[in-house]
Ligand binder design. Sequence first.
Ligand SMILES: [Zn+2]
Ligand SMILES: [Zn+2]
Length: 578
Amino acid sequence: MNKEISELLYQIAELLSFSKENLFRVRAYENAARVIESYPRDIEELVKNNELKEIPGIGKSIEEKITEYLSTGRLKYLDELKKEIPEGLLDIMNIPGMGPRKTKIVYENLKITSIKELETAARNGKLRNISGFGEKTEENVLSGIQLQQKLRGRMLLFEALNLADTIMKEIKKNKEVKQVSPAGSLRRLKETVRDIDILCTVKKNKEKYIIDRFTNLPIVDKVLAAGTTKASVISKEGVQIDLRVLEELCYGAALQYFTGSKEHNIALRELANRKGFTINEYGVFKISKSGPPPSPSGKSVAGRTEEEIYALLGLRFIPPMLRENRGEIESSMDGRLPQLINLTEVRGDTHVHSKYSDGVNTIEEIADKAEKLGYEWVIICDHSQSLKIADGVSLKDMYRKIDYINRLNQKNPGIKILAGTEVDILSDGKLDYPDELLKELDFVNAAVHTGFKQEEEQITTRIIRAMENKYVHCISHLTGRLIGKREPYKINIEKVLQSARDTGTVLEINAFPERLDLSDVYCKRAKEMGIKMCIGSDAHSIGQMEYLPLGVYVAQRGWLEKNDVINTMNYKELKTEV
Ligand SMILES: [Zn+2]
Ligand SMILES: [Zn+2]
């Protein structure tokens, strides 16, 4: 619910800054949205207990709006604001890089009210006539539109997992269901997912019953099709969900088939053919020299489980995360598949923000949460002094923070808190803190937060220079991408990886849902080069510390094993080896 409320407040802020409102009110809504977004407690519960005031920055008028929405499901104020501006402008505002200010300018100057019109104007060089706009703006507009279309219809893995989890729980409640599993890119834990596929087997003659239960779930908005063994629905979020009820005899074959990827399945089919078999969603069949090709009614030689299918083809079981045809079939054949890192092997989080910068929680609360998550250690990393928008920590406060952490560690030996930072890499590659401070810290994450538009050479040298500082342990979110919102900075990734190897710098897998940066493909490459990686949640509230598994999934898709990731080290190893 917090996410939903914060999105409404962001929308209000956007609309207000589009119309005539003063900046002060816009900021008030933005602040409230940001705080609620990462607030550790559920807003609905706070309202019920009349405790909304405990959240800083929520005044009377915002409180009323939250209460109204929670009790009526509507927000009159927002509806009225929407009426005041042409409909298409809302879409334009949401294009990465546009925002309310630029949207207003193109509307006032060129009467543009739709994405299509904006695209045409940018292509025909019409935007550069507006004062303050140039050719560069046109390029940015076009790439923003493209970026948005790329994600259209796809959602972040985090959202897909949550939705699938809700559905799976509901389906499992029925005792008629015997086996159930997600399939598709969700099961492969890909960073974005288009729709959700679920497969199950049920007790005899209960197929239609389960289909009915599924199509009547509260999350369903529209039923597209409902047969006796298959149904497709659209959820309230607009996501298509398919449920297939299968015969037990071909459950494994269907799971294998619908998990994909397409590339993996093509390679597998070719291997099967070479061995005299044919493989499809119903099972594995022997190819006979004469007679018709195998059909579902023919007798399969494997199909009940995925394991028996892979075994029949002379392969060890390939975990879904690896099924991308990136060498997994060959590795499996040779018995060289990686022992993928496991969530239970993780002993700590390398990137958590506290109240010292823009985080919501105190260091004690973070330590407490880390203990609850079963960790041995946690690294507190706040932003550095220059990053004003994120309340960067001054030198003086940093020394105070180190002292404070030392004292906490003496008081509570149950969890080790490491004093860290997420120090800014300034535009020339210098760091935002002097070496004298950096060397006092247990762990130094360095990261780029400004100057995203620098040329490739400049930004590459900038990051390499940071890696060459001997006090820097790790580079956070190396490419700076935000899935569906911002392309990676232009860096020469190969050069940067070489430098990470040469300087012994760890690279972060940032587990924040829209970052997942490094991506799986780069993780695999980094591993091949002998680079160590770490997983940081980049949490700005203790609730967000639960993002960390997303980073583990990326690591798994990147073929990483326990020893490739420093989060599996105990405190002593971490202090001595990193
Ligand atoms: Zn950052
Ligand atoms: Zn951060």
